[in-house]
Design a protein around this ligand. Structure first.
Ligand code: NAP
Length: 474
């Protein structure tokens, strides 16, 4: 299976001396290698992207649309191959990976559709005394070279969420995918080149963020850093980037509220899936569930029993529900967080066991307020259940963290739903489903430490273009 994948710089597939092994996190077998890019490679990629920007901004929009459509067609025609790559290099089961591959095709197709809707408007200059003889308008201009930095947990679709709108809007890109999952990103680059994207518009440098990140984010030729990843790396990038546009899609510690008047079976089924999708390594995955006390016991029993049914481990098998974590180190980290919470009084209702990189789906009760797993992003297959007196208490506790990406509420009361809509501090709230719901055209992003700006193609296109005013003095 090893092909020794190369990076894409200036329209050529190139190596860089050292290589990095890409391993299947389930058993650590090497499935491929990628170049360990250097600051010199980043410099070459940015130099190419400066040229690529000139090419793409001059490209007629119908040609950008055609290239993006063809890319989406290539993904669709090779869906199983993309899905296998996602599943092999990452944590996802083959069923989860197929969904991601299909969504990535959608994301690129939506980018093609939105490319024709990047519009401006006329400006009523004569509304200002002294400007009676002026006429004009503004249109949206591409921003330039965009650094796209992506995480491991959706190794294809989150890359598509940056490349699609960046190219649709007339920009060029230097992509740096997560070191543990670079193969899906490289395959997407291959598809774009096969679809006819001219050289230099898209460049991809593989390598360690700690080694090459600074060269990318501090270069003044880069006009925007579009980052998806953890809050720590995000904050470091913001500190270093200097005067350039920043898009930050960061983590969360996601709450779901279960009211006594809800459809209990729906609340259990959807919250279990939301907690353990991608082995819990999901920025909108369910981490804290606040349940009105009248139904707490019933909810707990059903939730634990549904969790026990999960088939965990062999992610390429069709009936596997949950794969491993991204590596053993991450599984050991969450094992420690759970053990620390237990030492302070938490109870493990199911799970709490580790085998290499597999951490079993874990449900906790009596989690002490202020413990790490209560306050920080777990990014693991663990979920905390908390009984609450009422909706007011649930909302106060849901908001009592430094994050705010998504939330969910299960209720049959329109008043309760609207109270949560107005009071929960998040970028998106889902009524009668868990927080783990997203389609690729909706605005997506967070408040507080969950980020800055929005993705979702139309919204990313706004971030990746700027208004340019045209004024005629008649
Ligand atoms: P991460 O460790 O922050 O890494 C993300 C990317 O940043 C990787 O490509 C990484 O490279 C790179 N990087 C790390 N330090 C850097 C630096 N100083 N300069 C430049 N680049 C740097 O995150 P992860 O573990 O891959 O992903 C998990 C996190 O992403 C979670 O917090 C999750 O919530 C968040 N996430 C957010 C969203 C959203 O849309 N809001 C979606 C998905 C995931 P290396 O791989 O080489 O370290």
């Amino acid at each position: 299976m090893v092909h020794d994948m190369k990076m894409l710089i200036g329209g050529k597939w190139v190596g860089s001396g050292d290589t990095i092994d890409v391993k299947d996190p389930l058993d650590n077998t090497v499935i491929d290698t990628v170049p360990s890019g250097t600051a010199k490679d980043i410099d070459a990629a940015i130099t190419a992207a400066v040229e690529g920007y000139k090419v793409n901004r001059a490209l007629p929009v119908h040609e950008r649309i055609s290239i993006l459509r063809k890319t989406a067609d290539i993904i669709e025609a090779n869906l199983e191959d993309f899905a296998r790559t996602i599943a092999m290099e990452g944590s996802k089961t083959i069923r989860e990976a197929r969904k991601e591959a299909a969504r990535a095709a959608q994301t690129i197709m939506i980018s093609a559709e939105e490319a024709r809707r990047v519009v401006g408007e006329t400006i009523p200059f004569s509304s200002s005394p002294g400007s009676e003889n002026r006429q004009g308008y503004y249109f949206r201009f591409p921003i330039g070279v965009i650094a796209a930095i992506t995480p491991f947990n959706d190794p294809l679709n989150l890359v598509a969420h940056k490349l699609g709108p960046a190219i649709a809007g007339g920009n060029s890109v230097v992509l740096k995918p997560a070191t543990v999952t670079p193969l899906s990103a490289l395959k997407l680059c291959e598809a774009m080149m096969e679809a006819g994207l001219p050289a230099n518009i898209l460049n991809c440098v593989t390598g360690y963020g700690a080694k090459i990140g600074d060269a990318l984010v501090t270069d003044p030729r880069v006009r925007m850093v579009s980052f998806t990843g953890g809050v720590e790396a995000g904050q470091e990038i913001v500190r270093k980037a200097g005067l350039k546009k920043i898009g930050m899609e960061l983590g969360s510690n996601t709450p779901v509220i279960v009211c006594a008047d809800c459809d209990l079976d729906q609340a259990v089924e959807n919250s279990v899936s939301g907690a353990f999708w991608a082995a819990g390594q999901n920025c909108i995955g369910v981490q804290r569930i606040y349940i009105e006390k009248e139904i707490y016991k019933k909810f707990e029993t059903l939730f634990v029993s549904r969790t026990r049914q999960y088939k965990v481990g062999p992610k390429m098998e069709e009936d596997c529900d949950m794969g491993p974590m991204i590596n053993e180190g991450e599984a050991k980290r969450i094992e420690k967080w759970v053990n620390d919470a237990v030492a302070k009084g938490a109870r493990v209702l199911v799970g709490g066991t580790r085998n290499g990189s597999i951490y079993d789906p874990t449900v906790l009760a009596d989690v002490p307020a202020g413990s790490t797993i209560d306050k920080q992003e777990a990014f693991a297959p663990t979920v905390n259940l908390y009984p609450v007196e009422n909706l007011d208490e649930a909302i106060a506790k849901a908001n009592d963290v430094d994050f705010g990406l998504h939330a969910g509420i299960f209720t049959s009361s329109i008043d309760k739903a609207f109270k949560a809509i107005n009071e929960v501090e998040v970028g998106g709230i889902v009524i009668n489903d868990s927080s783990d719901y997203r389609i690729d055209m909706m605005p997506f992003g967070g408040v507080k430490n969950s980020g800055l700006g929005r993705e979702g193609i139309k919204f990313a296109l706004q971030e990746m273009t700027e208004p340019r005013v045209v004024c005629f003095n008649l």
